[in-house]
Design a protein around this ligand. Sequence first.
Ligand code: IMP
Ligand code: MG
Length: 186
Amino acid sequence: MAHSDREVADVIQEVLLDEQAIAARVAELAERITADYAEIDDLVLVGVLKGAFIFMADLTRRFKVAHHVDFIALSSYNSGTESTGAVRLIMDTRTSVTGRNVLIVEDILDTGHTLDYLLRTFSARQPRSLRTCVLLSKPARLQVKVPVDYLGFEIPDKWVVGYGLDFADKYRTLPFIGALKPEVYQ
Ligand code: IMP
Ligand code: MG
């Protein structure tokens, strides 16, 4: 869904990362991952829906290694912007990850509960390797320590939207990552 300039101006407090900054960082991440997996022929990217769909699309198109693309969908029992810590699997991957090299692609690390759940779920399936690629991290909010192998940006403790990230399923398709005005979500 497109948003009018007027609507964007009404809800966005500040643009934290513009299109160019995101594209440059995604290219760097893709280059590092390509180098790290150069010798590996069985890489499976697992994107976490819905938030990671744009990041995943941009990242995967910049890879220069053969790989498979798959998705999972989770629900984290949010009440507005507060995560309760309870995570539920809504849709699983189509392919089996056992014995394969898995890279989880997630939009944002907030409390860490979601990535922690994913890592526990996927390790139990005995992949050959398991790593994580996360576009954004809010260190001030972290409650569970989780390993992030590839990180895009650290951001302040603000609710951000755009580039796949939403607030109440809105603003996902904004080309930049912007902080919402607190009055929109508080
Ligand atoms: P965690 O389990 O608290 O780390 O939360 C991770 C999930 O919460 C992410 O995958 C997002 O779906 C959502 N989330 C956390 N912070 C934001 C934000 O600032 N904007 C949009 N979604 C967010
Ligand atoms: Mg998410």
